[in-house]
Design a binder for this molecule. Structure first.
Ligand SMILES: *[C@@H]1O[C@H](CO)[C@@H](O)[C@H](O)[C@H]1NC(C)=O
Ligand SMILES: *[C@@H]1O[C@H](CO)[C@@H](O)[C@H](O)[C@H]1NC(C)=O
Ligand SMILES: *[C@@H]1O[C@H](CO)[C@@H](O)[C@H](O)[C@H]1NC(C)=O
Ligand SMILES: *[C@@H]1O[C@H](CO)[C@@H](O)[C@H](O)[C@H]1NC(C)=O
Ligand SMILES: [Zn+2]
Ligand SMILES: [Zn+2]
Length: 483
């Protein structure tokens, strides 16, 4: 485990002590970009705009009103079946048309001004549907209460999905600017407003190029990433029907504007919480033999839980088990009936994550038994505070890398280390090959240097058209290569 992880864990633990009764807040603290200390070593990377300065944004953007008249491929006689620089230029040209840039920034600002919390994204969802209607893009609504599943293309296989999350956070915005949140105590402090804008922006590009698509792109607008496992409910409502691959992006203050970062394999940790009730029998402390002492049993359980990672786990496979809460007894003269302990666990592989869950259950129950107590362990599966690790599929990661490199230049792609944060995108990765990647929003001049979940979080909006172009290229090229 590297010092960064230890630092992040330390921060998380400190944080959890303050919010030990609020899982909502606690889960927020571990979402991506919120738990990583800022890095300042970005100056060596040139701005993305240098790389694409030669792009010719001449292709008309007709919002796909008429399939046959769509002419974005003008100047690009190829079908883009074999992707070349003309194809990249066509996509970027659409994205960077001045009126498109204004439109996509406007969308993001509207959403930023009206942040909505998990499963309450009604206005955000309505705004998206209005835009889809304007572009004559078909969709199914609702999934998972406020979610949307839109599609563009032939209507046939292959099906490739792109996902954006829509929810905001219970944080008071600290940034003073024209489009500051108008809702007290709520803020898009994780950039999900940008995620929505980039995906709607991608919809416009893809609709414009619909005649070139060799299959179907599914656009997923998902509620409740920060709390409530919206992804899980989206899947339950059919979000992944027919889908054979899925991609998603998260903005990151660690990388300069529009720089793409990702890695193959584990990217974000799995994150779970547990709460164990250890039951004995209460009695006067002066006569302990008339009671069954849950304090001793719980203490032994806490010690034994430390043995799972230190004695049973591969040291090269980072894992954490932390007990963060210990409650029982109120009378100094009585042995109590019960003690409640709780904590959290993290791992980077699916197998290790579910193994930890199973071992925490076994260790607590069996250690309680040693002292004649009984125990039950709750992992809050019903409260949706359990997030498996986000693990990128090798081929999907390579696809993202190739698309980003061809579109933005190799200097604008970085391999990033795994992070302790968690993301409910992991539920999709459990079902279909997937890749999750970051897009930089860091710009020292603008002051977009704050981590996600900070009241001072902000983005460099120049990222929006580029993010839309990356989404669109990932989807279109996937279909070309698998159709
Ligand atoms: C930061 O933003 C300013 C103002 O929009 C822009 O001029 C500058 O090029 C940006 N820098 C980077 C690294 O993107
Ligand atoms: C679509 O474009 C074709 C060819 O330019 C034209 O004949 C047709 O009338 C157009 N349809 C609509 C609905 O605009
Ligand atoms: C979780 O929900 C299931 C089904 O609704 C129920 O059977 C189970 O008892 C619940 N578990 C807890 C710990 O609340
Ligand atoms: C992860 O582990 C769980 C529990 O063992 C299993 O149900 C699930 O299919 C696994 N997912 C993957 C992607 O291996
Ligand atoms: Zn977040
Ligand atoms: Zn987020």
């Amino acid at each position: 485990m590297n010092p960064l992880n230890q630092y992040v864990l330390f921060l998380s633990l400190i944080f959890s002590l303050f919010f030990v009764n609020s899982f909502l807040v606690f889960v927020n603290s571990i979402s991506p970009t919120c738990s990583s200390p800022s890095s300042d070593n970005n100056n060596e990377y040139p701005a993305v705009f240098d790389a694409i300065a030669s792009i010719n944004p001449k292709a008309p953007l007709n919002a796909g009103k008429n399939r046959t008249s769509s002419s974005c491929s003008r100047g690009s006689p190829t079908s883009c079946k074999i992707w070349d620089v003309t194809c990249s230029e066509a996509v970027l040209g659409l994205a960077r048309k001045p009126d498109n840039v204004e439109w996509i920034k406007g969308l993001r600002r509207k959403i930023h001004e009206n942040p909505e919390l998990a499963f309450e994204e009604y206005e955000t969802s309505k705004l998206i549907r209005t835009e889809l209607d304007r572009m004559e893009i078909d969709y199914r609504y609702p999934l998972a209460k406020t979610g949307i599943r839109a599609w563009i293309g032939t209507g046939g296989p292959p099906f490739v999905a792109i996902r954006a999350d829509m929810d905001a956070l219970p944080i008071q915005e600290g940034v003073e600017w024209e489009h500051k949140s108008k809702v007290p105590g709520k803020m898009h402090a994780c950039g999900h407003d940008a995620h929505v804008a980039m995906l709607v922006g991608a919809a416009k590009i893809l609709k414009n190029r619909e005649h070139l698509l060799k299959g179907t792109v599914i656009l997923l607008f998902q509620p409740a990433e920060e709390a409530g496992n919206g992804a899980k409910r989206m899947i339950g409502d059919g979000a992944l029907e027919n889908v054979e691959a899925i991609f998603a992006v998260h903005v990151s203050h660690e990388h300069p504007t529009a720089t793409i970062g990702s890695r193959t394999g584990p990217l974000l940790a799995g994150c779970g919480f547990f709460r164990a009730v250890i039951s004995g029998r209460k009695g006067l402390a002066s006569n302990p033999h008339h009671s069954v002492d849950p304090i001793l049993a719980a203490s032994a359980a806490v010690i034994s839980l430390q043995g799972i990672v230190s004695r049973e786990s591969n040291p090269l496979d980072s894992q954490v088990v932390s007990v963060t809460s210990f409650n029982g007894g109120s009378n100094l003269n009585m042995i109590p009936d019960t003690v409640i302990i709780g904590g959290t666990f993290r791992a980077f592989s699916n197998a290790s994550f579910y193994n930890l869950l199973q071992r925490i259950q076994e260790v607590v129950v069996e250690q309680a038994g040693v002292f004649r107590c009984s125990a039950t362990v709750d992992f809050f599966e019903n409260d949706s505070t359990i997030y498996p690790p986000t693990v990128n599929d090798d081929r999907m990661y390579e696809h993202v890398k190739k698309v980003a490199t061809d579109l933005l230049g190799p200097q604008n792609f970085r391999v990033v280390p795994p992070m302790m944060g968690a993301e409910d995108f992991s539920f999709y990765t459990q079902i279909v090959p997937a890749a999750f990647y970051y897009i930089g929003v860091r710009n020292e001049t603008l002051g977009s240097i704050h981590t996600g979940h900070s009241p001072y979080f902000m983005i460099d909006e120049d990222v929006l058209p580029i993010g839309a172009a990356v989404h669109a290229s990932i989807a279109e090229r996937y279909l070309n290569e698998h159709g």
